[in-house]
Ligand binder design. Structure first.
Ligand SMILES: Nc1ncnc2c1ncn2[C@@H]1O[C@H](COP(=O)(O)OP(=O)(O)O)[C@@H](O)[C@H]1O
Ligand SMILES: [Mg+2]
Length: 94
């Protein structure tokens, strides 16, 4: 699996006056099925059974929310184009 992390200057997509950075983390892993995608930010939601805590994305989204930022998630499970992309905007001043 390949993971790409990209950081660049950006502005809030809902309010272009708000300047900050965008961190994009994308991978070519299995992807997240639509039925799970709407639950990944819930505390204790995991598809990894005993090996998961389901806390990673819940904690991360809490930090981003408290900073006044936001997270967009795109994911695809189709053969040949599977993968996931998290795009995190963090404002320069919160
Ligand atoms: N990059 C990813 N690719 C595929 N599935 C993911 C990815 N990131 C998160 N998930 C899904 O979201 C669930 C919740 O993630 P997380 O909150 O980090 O908890 P955990 O990793 O302990 O399961 C994971 O169990 C997995 O199903
Ligand atoms: Mg995790």
């Amino acid at each position: 699996m390949h993971i790409k992390v990209r950081v660049r200057k950006s502005s809030h997509w809902q309010n272009p006056k708000v300047q900050g950075i965008r961190v994009t983390v994308s991978d070519n892993g299995a992807g997240i099925a639509a039925a799970n995608l709407c639950r990944i930010f819930e505390p204790f939601f995991t598809t990894k059974g005993e090996n998961g805590t389901g806390l990673g994305l819940w904690v991360a989204s809490g930090i981003v929310d408290r900073s006044g930022g936001s997270i967009l998630t795109r994911s695809n499970v189709d053969p040949g184009k599977h993968g996931t992309c998290f795009s995190i905007f963090l404002p320069a001043e919160s």
